[in-house]
Design a protein around this ligand. Structure first.
Ligand code: DAH
Length: 339
């Protein structure tokens, strides 16, 4: 075999050499590229090539050298990239865990849960009613006169096909459901959505949430009501909180009152949240009207009780000084993330 033939066969060898990994690549380097490799040995033969073949022999050898070096570099890069990718994929158990995006409870849910916990501590249980109610449970049994303005189309969503059915306008309807089906003593809380035909604004919505409380037993007095609400206000707004009861009117309670809590944003010095009065209105309450007890088959000569109702949106707004009611229902992460 002439030296030229040897060079050509080496060229074919280099081209055919299979490199599957780092070990193959090192063997390739030793066999062809290293100082003692086949290429160097052939270069050393240069002097023995007949003069007229030197040019062609040199060209072939240079081409083989180039091909061998290119092949080496290409595989080296590939192997290094693979190693890097593997290192990246390996798990470093000392790194802090990635918990991903965690959900959180809606501010209204947090308020609701807290109010429930406060009343559960003094023996209140939970009751549920229906969002689509009868006129009886939402109005008539609660002592609303047939022509009471709250029944008006402007406030109430009626079911078109059945004017006796409506979307409840308050959770007081649950009082009736509970008293119709249970005997006193009753100490219950009902939570849920209520609906009113209101134009949506920063202060009003057609759908919001209420919590209703009801306590019926022998000898329940207005003092019990006041003490219960003071307990609630201190637990929810802080121990320094004071309450104030103002006479009011609801068809289903007599006497009725509206309850204010002391504004702890300004410590009653006056601010724009309490409109410089030092007080914030939180709920309506009163002694259950004898007519309501009678409507549910409970003898008002034997039993008495109190009821109260509050808006969850409103109380949450007070707690966090939220200025616009619509924020609760927009699912804006920038708002929700703050709770
Ligand atoms: N139902 C009333 C409302 O939606 C709130 C209310 C007032 C509930 C007095 C009561 C109560 O239980 O005694 O505005």
């Amino acid at each position: 075999m002439t030296l030229k033939d040897e060079a050509l066969s080496l060229q074919a060898e280099v081209a055919a050499y299979a490199v599957a990994g780092a070990a193959d690549l090192e063997a390739f380097r030793l066999a062809y590229i290293s100082k003692n490799g086949k290429l160097s040995l052939l270069f050393e033969q240069f002097k023995n090539v007949p003069k007229e073949d030197k040019k062609e022999f040199g060209q072939i050898l240079n081409a083989v050298k180039q091909a061998a070096e290119d092949k080496f570099r290409l595989h080296k890069e590939k192997i290094e990239a693979q190693a890097e990718a593997q290192a990246g994929a390996a798990i470093d158990v000392s790194l802090p865990a990635d918990l991903g995006m965690k959900g959180s409870l809606h501010p209204l849910t947090q308020t609701k849960d807290e109010i429930i916990r406060i009343f559960q501590r003094i023996g209140f249980n939970l009751s549920e009613g229906a969002e689509i109610e009868t006129d009886w449970h939402n109005f008539s049994a609660l002592n609303f006169a047939p022509n009471h303005p709250a029944r008006d189309m402007q406030d109430t969503f009626f079911v078109e096909k059945d004017p006796d059915m409506l979307l409840r306008t308050h959770t007081s309807s649950v009082q009736i459901r509970v008293m119709e089906s249970q005997k006193p003593p009753i100490r219950t809380l009902s939570v849920g959505r209520v609906f009113r035909n209101e134009t949506i604004s920063a202060r009003a919505h057609c759908m919001f949430h209420q919590i209703e409380g009801l306590y019926i037993d022998k000898n329940v007095s207005f003092a019990d009501l006041k003490e219960t609400l003071l307990y609630f206000a201190k637990e929810f707004f802080g121990t320094q909180t004071k309450i104030r009861l103002r006479p009011s009117y609801f068809p289903f309670t007599e006497p009725s009152a509206e309850v204010d809590v002391s504004c702890n944003i300004c410590n009653q010095k006056g601010c724009n949240v309490c409109k410089y009065t030092g007080w914030l209105e939180v709920l309506g309450c009163g002694m259950v009207h004898p007519n309501v007890l009678r409507n549910c088959g409970i003898d008002p000569e034997v039993y008495s009780g109190f009821a109260f109702g509050m808006g969850i949106e409103r109380i949450t707004m007070m707690r966090y000084t939220i200025k616009d009611l619509r924020l609760y229902f927009e699912n804006d992460m920038r708002f929700l993330k703050q709770f």
